[in-house]
Design a protein around this ligand. Structure first.
Ligand code: 5GW
Ligand code: MN
Length: 356
């Protein structure tokens, strides 16, 4: 008996070559249709669950368009190659040093707008210093925290002499009447006490950040949210390139502001510092207490509250450092390193303006 015939012989007549071919094609076709239906997510018949599926797809599409709307186009951050050692961009404790070109205003403005941040700007105008207020406020309206909410806190003994300046939406002048002191050193130093007092009583409820500045100044270029951080100080224009030895820290150990010659990072300006209300409160309270301890001993630090500020920063490192772009005096001339002079000293006739 033929082996092949024995196995297939009985059906050989039914499964012709042609029929096998047709069945094969049928199976291939069914498999393909099945696959297409599977991948088409079953939308051949639209049940209620399929409808809601379609809705959530529309939602995804909306989200996608929303994301598209907030797209921001900007040039990629560049890693300096080779790194520049002539300009320090970051402290050894990783606080950025803010110079023109080191930040992106669009990104930062978006971040701070989303948080709806209000910034307090404090300035003292005691006695004759009210004459600086007009230019100070007018230029601040043009350059300070543009597009953000701002409260100007003007400390003065002459509230009726605070000029009315046109303010943009979301910006207010708050006049705070305070006492006057006969000695200019006292006027300058008492700022620490008053800022700490009002921080605890009022500022903490009204603003997120405080920026504390001299008033004999004018804004000359953008000063925006790039300066904001927990605690920030500004490199003094006269000492930003100086060696530690030449910093004019208080060097008498009897003073609370004493800084030993082998300590300290920078010499900071008394005319521009700030941070969150809590950090500014801690700083000003500590400095005021130190000033009072000195006073009890009959000693006054060489540069008054600026010396105490510098002592504080040696042991409480600022989380951000502002370049001298943020506090410049044209008396020092122009420098190649300064791409912008954002906040400038207004020349004053010392004899005429002081102690009047
Ligand atoms: C008066 C005489 C000598 C020094 C300071 C004053 C003084 C300062 C004053 O009569 N009224 C006053 O409001 N101040 C505040 O202290 C101002 O906000 C001023 O910007 C700040 C620091 O004093 P400045 O600006 O004269 O100090 P420098 O170091 O910028 O010349
Ligand atoms: Mn000043």
């Amino acid at each position: 008996m033929d082996k092949d015939q024995g196995k297939t012989g009985g059906v050989k007549g039914y499964f012709t070559k042609r029929k096998v071919y047709v069945m094969g094609c049928f199976i291939v076709l069914c498999t393909s249709f099945g696959y297409v239906w599977y991948t088409s997510n079953g939308t051949w018949w639209l049940t209620s669950s399929k409808v809601s599926n379609t809705m959530s797809n529309t939602q995804d599409l909306d989200d996608f368009h929303k994301i598209k709307q907030t797209r921001m186009i900007y040039t990629k951050p560049q890693i300096l190659n080779p790194p520049r050692s002539d300009v320090l961009m970051m402290t050894p404790w990783f606080a950025p040093i803010v110079w023109e070109g080191t930040y992106n205003s669009e990104i930062l403005n978006e971040q701070f707008r989303q948080r709806n941040v209000t910034v307090g700007l404090t300035a003292f105008a005691i006695k004759k210093y009210v004459v600086f207020l007009k230019k100070f406020l007018e230029t601040a309206e043009t350059y300070f925290m543009v597009g953000h909410r701002v409260n100007y806190y003007i400390f003065t003994d002459r509230p009726e002499e605070v000029p009315k300046v046109a303010l943009k939406e979301g910006r207010n002048v708050v006049v705070l009447q305070v006492q006057n002191y006969p000695r200019w050193q006292e006027i300058s130093m008492r700022r620490m006490e008053m800022i700490s007092c009002f921080s605890q009583q009022q500022f903490i409820n009204e603003v997120s950040y405080l920026v504390c500045v001299d008033v004999d100044m004018r804004f000359n270029d953008q000063v925006g949210v790039e300066i904001l951080s927990n605690l920030f100080g500004t490199l003094h224009p006269g000492f930003y390139a100086a060696e530690r030895q030449s910093f004019t820290y208080e060097r008498r150990p009897a003073s609370q502001a004493y800084v030993p010659r082998d300590e300290g990072d920078f010499y900071y300006a008394g005319g521009f510092f700030g941070g969150t209300v809590m950090e500014v409160y801690k700083l000003t309270k500590k400095c005021h207490e130190a000033i009072m301890m000195d006073k009890a001993k009959g000693i006054e630090a060489i540069w008054q509250e600026e010396s105490h500020l510098n002592k504080y920063f040696v042991y409480h490192k600022p989380t951000k450092i502002l370049s001298p772009e943020y506090l410049w005096d044209d008396y020092l001339g122009r420098r190649e390193i300064l791409k912008k002079r954002r906040f400038l000293a207004v020349p004053k006739n010392h004899a005429a303006i002081r102690n009047k």
